[in-house]
Design a protein around this ligand. Structure first.
Ligand code: G6P
Length: 342
């Protein structure tokens, strides 16, 4: 049951291991959701798509925005608490992503966008949550309750739901049936994730670098390790890292590269730049090596599914870094599961 750890030391680990099942439940739910076609039509007839969310949900939203931008859609990711920077109109669709469905900043944002007669589509994990009640269209992830404060399985279900919606919008064939196995083979690498997490736990700072679709994953990896291991970590687009961040690199500075497989060569040269300055480089890489000092190499036959292999690994690295530092990963200091204040 959701309220017991079932032999796992912490809820966070148990919930990471539930990911294959809840992702498949989420996809099953969406395939059988009779509202989906209406929602897809709405999005496809919109002038712009505004994606609004906070924290981990924002990273899922950024992933979705990048996918749609690549297909030529005008998609604008907005951090919920910064909603006042955008003026929406009646031809815009807003997609609000929130695990809890109760995050106050997201509620404030959609109320404002509704005043401008934009259509609100919500993706939440809680049936009839505040955010779903205030939306015109509701979609759900089926991750079940998440006890760990830092989002894990719910993030991967959001990614799954958003990949599904994207595939419908742009009419792309994806082998959704294989996602459970992709996640399971990634979980088999937990020993390697543990070793990297334990090494990062010895450091004071780290960079997480990615390109394209791997950037939101790098951002989520750095958020996770900040949240529960209290390690100062910063995510950056790999190419942009030479415009500033590289100034901090000296012997032993850890740099974690995340690679979905789409920009392997470019990332390999970023690895060389970092190595040349003494960085200790780590790779979480799909299908090809990045030539980092230490690497978790994941094989995925369809690179559209790379995110599902990467997501559990960045979470496990943070989890083991938190344990190595003696922290309780389920109850990080200063953080709340649901932030119901502005
Ligand atoms: C809090 C939680 C995060 C979560 C964020 C957004 O900061 O600690 O894990 O990602 O809220 O929550 P939501 O429920 O809107 O996805």
């Amino acid at each position: 049951s959701a309220a017991s750890k079932e032999g796992f030391e912490y809820y966070m680990l148990k919930e990471i291991y539930e990911t294959p099942e809840v992702v498949m439940d989420t996809l099953y739910g969406l395939k059988n959701d009779t509202n989906i076609d209406k929602i897809i039509d709405k999005i496809n007839s919109s002038k712009r798509i505004i994606v609004v969310a906070a924290g981990t949900s924002y990273h899922a939203g950024l992933y979705f925005s990048l996918l749609l931008q690549r297909n030529g859609y005008t998609t604008i990711p907005v951090v919920a608490s910064e909603y006042y920077n955008i003026k929406t109109g009646p031809d815009d669709s807003v997609i609000a992503i929130s695990q809890s469905g109760e995050t106050m900043d997201v509620i404030m944002a959609i109320r404002k966008f509704k005043e401008n007669n934009s259509s609100i589509i919500s993706l939440t994990n809680v049936i009839e949550s505040a955010i779903s009640r205030e939306s015109d269209f509701k979609i759900y992830t089926r991750a079940g309750p998440e006890i760990g404060v830092a989002a894990t399985k719910t993030f991967t279900t959001q990614i799954a739901a958003l990949t599904f919606i994207w595939s419908k919008i742009v009419d792309k064939k994806i082998n959704f049936e294989s996602i459970g196995d992709v996640i399971r083979s990634s979980l088999d690498k937990s020993g390697e994730a543990r070793r990297i997490g334990e090494e990062l736990a010895q450091k004071e700072n780290a960079y997480y670098l990615g390109r394209g679709i791997s950037l939101p994953l790098a951002m989520e990896g750095s958020l996770k390790i900040k949240e529960i291991a209290y390690l100062h970590a910063e995510a950056y687009p790999a190419g942009e890292s030479k415009h500033g961040p590289i100034a901090l690199i000296s012997n032993g500075f850890p740099v974690v590269f995340v690679n979905t497989g789409e920009f392997t060569e470019e990332l390999q040269s970023n690895v060389q730049e970092m190595k040349a300055r003494g960085a200790l480089t780590y790779g979480i890489s799909i299908n090809s090596t990045l030539n980092t000092h230490k690497e978790i190499l994941l094989k995925v036959s369809d690179e559209n599914l790379a995110v599902f292999a990467l997501s559990p690994i960045i979470q496990l690295i943070a989890y083991y870094a938190a344990l190595a530092r003696g922290n309780n990963p389920d109850r990080p200091r200063n953080l709340a599961k649901t932030v119901t204040v502005e």
